[in-house]
Design a protein around this ligand. Structure first.
Ligand code: NAP
Length: 282
């Protein structure tokens, strides 16, 4: 029999029509015969402060997704060290009357690499310079990696800003390239662009001959289960993991914060498999 946690949880973002988060949290809690309310709150930027005051602040905790991972910060009463460093929050917990922001995306990223047997270090090439790239770049630099950012021409300014931030906040240098000029091999390529994501499944940010010079690929995209970039990596014999384990591990980390529940690797793998099946069904 399921026990009700009596917790009011949820997700804020826009749009939320394709979100897998309710499915993932329900699946995780089912493993402990638990359930909780996980509501969906769609709001655009102008509606976020009013929604926060009327509803979100009264919840026990909530997740935050695009486009509010940065916008939510001024509304919160505190930030974890990681959330403060990345300037992005994807999990909020009510703690002693304060809404405290966390970044569990970074925990999800690190755990999914670890369980895929991919070491974060050496020369790391990060494709993109948006919100996810920022976290990947910071975590890579903190792990001692030598970071290079590769962007399309329109993204050069953003990449320069990220490079400057890495220097100012972490005292770590980063290189910048355009995507079409990448021609060396790296210990790890991290795709932090939406290139290859459904419905644009015939695109890859890098050509196969470039991908094959490297040792491993982490693709933040999880729909489809195998992007063209991941296919090039698999065919070239590289270690490779897509964004789905990261998505599930960040939810696991949120459950640890909200409910003090932890999960074994085998349980998380089971939920990742169920989530993959759910994604394929949709
Ligand atoms: P974002 O802030 O919008 O950044 C996107 C980056 O990709 C920007 O640098 C953008 O460059 C670049 N880009 C967009 N279209 C491109 C194209 N056609 N060719 C080359 N570069 C392109 O997005 P984000 O939040 O960082 O998310 C990036 C990806 O990570 C998305 O696919 C998202 O679904 C995924 N993600 C996955 C997880 C997970 O749990 N697995 C978590 C977070 C994000 P410009 O500046 O030139 O536009």
């Amino acid at each position: 029999m399921k026990r009700e946690l009596k917790k009011q949880l949820g997700l804020v973002g826009n749009p939320l029509s394709h979100t897998l988060s309710p499915f993932i949290h329900k699946s995780l809690l089912s493993l402990r015969s638990l359930s909780a309310d996980y509501g969906l709150f769609e709001a655009d930027l102008s509606a976020l402060p009013a929604l926060f005051e009327s509803t979100l602040i009264k919840l026990d905790g909530f997740n935050v997704t695009a486009p509010h991972k940065v916008n939510i910060i001024p509304l919160l009463g505190g930030l974890s060290k990681r959330a403060e460093m990345f300037g992005a929050v994807n999990t909020v917990a009510a703690e002693n009357g304060k809404a405290v922001g966390y970044n569990t995306d970074s925990i999800g990223f690190l755990r999914s690499l670890e369980y895929a047997g991919i070491e974060l270090g050496g020369r790391v090439l990060i494709l993109g310079a948006g919100g996810a790239a920022r976290m990947f770049a910071f975590e890579s630099a903190l792990a001692g990696a030598e970071v290079t950012l590769a962007v399309r021409t329109t993204g050069l300014e953003k990449a320069k800003k990220l490079k400057d931030e890495m220097e100012n906040r972490l005292s770590k240098r980063a290189g910048i390239l355009t995507l079409d000029s990448v021609n060396e091999g790296y210990d790890l390529i991290i795709n932090a662009t939406p290139v290859g994501m459904y419905p644009d499944t015939e695109s890859s940010p890098l050509a196969p001959e470039t991908v094959c010079k490297s040792a491993a690929v982490f693709d933040a995209v999880y729909n489809p289960g195998e992007t063209l970039l991941s296919k090039y990596a698999r065919e070239g014999g590289l270690k490779c993991v897509n964004g789905l384990p990261m998505l599930v591990w960040q939810a696991v980390a949120a459950e640890e914060i909200w409910n003090g529940i932890s999960f074994e690797k085998s349980e998380v793998e089971r939920v990742t498999k169920l989530t993959k099946e759910e994604l394929e069904k949709r």
